[in-house]
Design a protein around this ligand. Sequence first.
Ligand code: M6P
Ligand code: ZN
Length: 183
Amino acid sequence: MKNSIDFQTGLLENYLEKTVRKASDMRGFFQDEKALEEMISQGDPTIYEVYAVPNNGEGEISYAVTVIHPGKVGKEFFMTKGHYHEIRNRGELYIGIRGKGLILMQKWAEMKIENIERGNIVYVPPCWAHRSVNVGSEDLVFLAIYPGDAGHDYGSIAEKGFAKIVVEEDGGYKIIDNPKYHE
Ligand code: M6P
Ligand code: ZN
């Protein structure tokens, strides 16, 4: 299928699947549960959206544009759930389109963090869990390209989270240990 992306806005023309993650879909992922419940009761805003063109199967390649809105739950910036690939041995490529963000990557006890900004290309090697965080005041938009058989495994992230969390401090951000994380 022919398709195109607007590299100014990140708008993907012919996406096939749209996933909307509202605050109520993110229970268990943010630290401040009270702040999240308050947000849900006050209109349940959308945290992020994913516009995907999946091409499922071995050897196939899928892609998706993610839009993470600006905001915080308590002190923690809006972010994706984050996932491992169901088939662990599958990598992924991220290309920043607009906004200011971070990608947290984790494999066992190892952690690495890179910037997602317009034009940045971030390689997520096989076996690394990945989560993106909007640390700016506008939408964070990026394109992700991944193997068609990778799949999403949210289970262990839902249970343990990432070793680090990203919180607001003095108008900027800081990366701190996740108090709830355990090996
Ligand atoms: C990127 C890709 C997608 C993923 C999306 C949102 O676009 O990695 O595969 O679905 O980000 O992240 P998550 O699935 O963790 O909510
Ligand atoms: Zn992925």
